[in-house]
Write a protein that binds this ligand. Structure first.
Ligand code: WTA
Length: 657
């Protein structure tokens, strides 16, 4: 668990001893969206009826005939129902008093600002849906979106949803090669990108990266380029016929574009995420169930009300941005804040400045960010007016109790419940979480499954664990569950449904249950890292390293990091005749960035004459983790050559000084 560098931590330790739990205040409880504890039992008794209740709050073109058809591992929710996600996120609000309510309040890193009302969003989405059609996009086609965190990204997603095209958002921090692989895996016909975006004062040249990617993407017919700043366009090269400026196409676009009636089980999007092999998985989410899950959880977990100003700091390139910056809040008719840039640009109070400026009431971020705020000190939040905040959330990694307490004290002024929400790209929506009007909070625990969700701890061979640690399982289907891995049904079964029989979903996470039945998440049990709340496969990084001509073999493990939770440590053996040097360390780090993106940059590269393996030839990852963390070596008797480890350890100690 990450340590806390904050000078205020003594004070926090004292608080931790005294007040381990936090009961919802009477005032919060009195007006909470979920205020009746009986809902847990009701939902458990009839989960299908429970979910159907939320689904009925959405707008359907045709009603469903059956709530759930479950033929493990294949689920079909709201069978026969027809709806359109963009209609649910926009049109139905435009018909009400929400018409001129702010839907998106956007702020760019350089300080440019834009507010789009629901009616603005309606016009933009209609127009861009028309643009996509004019480029030949039809139902079921895949559209890749590689954009900074600008409103056009949300507009493009909703425009795809409107015409029944499937969006595949690729995080703007991924490299050209990562983009190319994702475009090719999905055979996308159109790419929407931008001239660039801003990060820590610098420009990320997205179109240039896209141009590199596009050298090997035969399926792409058209590229639409958003000009990030009208007055200061970034230099890009536009290829005639293929490349078009977004604003030029939009100027010609029709006012309206009729929404398609989509089947509840039609694909809404693909989002690639890291798994245990070198190749990311295209997680598939469908329309009716996904929208129901994100709508319901946004309403209850964030206790969303008409007058809230809701801010999820995630980038839309990750699932959190899909579910809790776009679909969940917009399906609820909320006002959502969207911020493009870094939390410490131009100063370390940028987030609090934004909270103050827009009167943000609900703030949802990652433990990595909270630990960074802690390190920067309490003065930054203290100098801004955060009194509008009424609820705080955390997602992406286990939150250590000290970070939880700091968040509660220095951001929430002890007035705001903190909801620690556990979920995954695959689950589509939050599955384990407090309900802020009902749940007694324990710092560091995500508490209980959302009503209607059956989470369990199991041993590797399937025994249910009533108290203590094990593997986290989800025993019953839920509406927003993944429907598959794009074009890889076998991997879908192998990855999620083979640990245990009978349709029990394997999360890949370890967790423990305490005396009160609270879940404490313990992190991944597979070869997936969680670096600053972002998923990264060890094999992906290993493949990137061995792709370099100087590298013979590589093993990647996570190492504890004060802020990021986990950082990448790489053990590398070089080819015969290659000299190891600090320069080569830098070259290899840069190579990984080029292959995957900056999030995968190794924190530590150690050269080794050989990698420690068991007699059967398996790399001893746990040992490497211990070495990377500087821990004692323990028992190495199963090693083929213990001298290897001793050498690695010495090299590690040299590097650390
Ligand atoms: C981890 C992000 C502990 C977990 C929404 C999971 C968490 C992985 C939490 C999914 C939490 C997410 N507490 N761990 N509150 N939330 N995780 O797909 O290991 O990017 O399997 O989805 O993040 O990451 P993903």
């Amino acid at each position: 668990m990450a340590k806390t560098p904050d000078p205020a931590s003594q004070e926090i330790d004292a608080l931790l001893d005294e007040r381990r739990t936090f009961v919802p205040s009477d005032a919060f409880r009195a007006s909470a969206n979920a205020a009746d504890g009986a809902v847990y039992d009701r939902a458990a008794a009839d989960p299908e009826a429970f979910w159907a209740g939320f689904a009925r709050e959405l707008e359907w073109i045709e009603p469903w005939s059956t709530v759930l058809e479950w033929d493990p591992p294949n689920a079909r929710w709201f069978v026969g129902g027809k709806l359109n996600a963009s209609v649910n996120c926009i049109d139905r609000h435009v018909r009400t008093a929400r018409r001129n309510k702010a839907a998106l309040i956007w702020e760019g890193e350089p300080g440019d600002r834009r507010t789009l009302t629901y009616f603005d969003l309606y016009r933009e989405v209609n127009a861009f849906a028309g643009v996509l059609k004019s480029l030949g996009v039809t139902r079921g086609d895949r559209v890749a979106l590689y954009l900074p965190l600008v409103p056009e990204l949300a507009i493009a997603m909703l425009a795809c949803a409107r015409i029944g095209a499937v969006h595949s958002v690729v995080f703007g921090g991924f490299s050209a090669e990562s983009l190319r692989d994702r475009i090719n895996d999905a055979s996308a016909s159109v790419l929407v990108t931008a001239d660039g975006g801003y990060r820590r004062g610098g420009v990320v040249a997205l179109k240039q990266m896209a141009d590199d990617a596009l050298e090997g993407t035969p399926s792409i017919q058209h590229v639409v380029v958003v000009r990030r700043q009208a007055h200061d366009p970034l230099p890009v090269s536009m290829q005639a016929e293929r490349d078009h400026w977004y604003h030029e196409l939009m100027a010609e676009a029709p006012l309206r574009c009729e929404p398609e009636a989509m089947d509840a089980e039609d694909l809404l999007y693909i989002l690639y995420t890291s798994g245990t092999t070198g190749k990311p998985k295209g997680i598939m989410h469908t329309t009716g169930g996904y929208l129901t899950g994100t709508y319901a959880t946004t309403k209850w977990v964030f206790d969303l009300k008409e007058d809230d100003v809701y801010w999820c700091t995630a980038d839309i390139g990750w699932v959190t941005g899909h579910s809790y910056l776009v679909y969940g809040p917009l399906a609820n008719g909320a006002t959502a804040v969207m911020y493009e840039g870094a939390p410490d640009w131009p100063a370390r109070d940028r987030m609090w400045e934004i909270v103050e400026r827009y009167g943000v009431t609900i703030f949802y971020t990652a433990p990595t960010a909270i630990r960074a705020f802690m390190k920067w000190g309490t003065d930054w939040p203290a100098k801004r007016d955060l009194s509008s905040l009424r609820l705080l959330g955390s997602v992406g990694e286990p939150i250590n109790p000290e970070a939880w307490m700091w968040y509660h004290e220095h951001v929430g002024r002890q007035q705001c419940p903190v909801v620690d929400t556990w979920w995954q790209t695959e689950t589509g929506a939050i599955l384990i979480t407090p309900l802020p009007g009902l749940t007694t909070l324990k710092p560091g625990s995500a508490s209980r499954p959302f009503p209607g969700i059956t989470a369990e701890i199991r041993t590797a061979d399937g025994q249910k664990v009533e108290k203590g640690g094990g593997l986290l399982a989800i025993a019953k289907p839920w509406p927003s569950m993944l429907r598959g891995i794009y074009r890889d049904p076998e991997r879908f079964v192998a990855q999620y449904w083979s640990q245990w029989p009978d349709g029990i979903y394997f999360t890949g996470d370890g967790a423990k249950l305490d005396d009160d039945g609270y879940f404490w998440l313990l992190g991944r049990v597979d070869d997936v890292l969680n670096v600053a709340g972002h998923r990264l496969g060890t094999m992906e990084v290993e493949s990137a390293l061995v792709d370099h001509p100087d590298v013979a073999e590589a093993a990647v493990v996570g190492r504890s990091h004060d802020i990021k939770g986990e950082a990448v440590a790489a053990f590398v053996t070089v080819r015969e005749g290659v000299e190891t040097s600090d320069t080569l360390v830098d070259v290899l780090k840069a190579h990984v960035v080029k292959k995957i993106g900056a999030i995968a940059r190794p924190d530590l590269v150690l050269f080794a004459a050989d990698l420690p393996k068991t007699r059967s030839g398996k790399i001893m990852r746990r040992l490497l983790r211990d070495i990377a963390d500087g821990k004692a070596l323990g028992d190495t008797t199963t090693l083929a050559d213990p001298a290897v480890v001793a050498k690695l350890k010495d090299e590690y100690e040299d590097e650390e000084g």
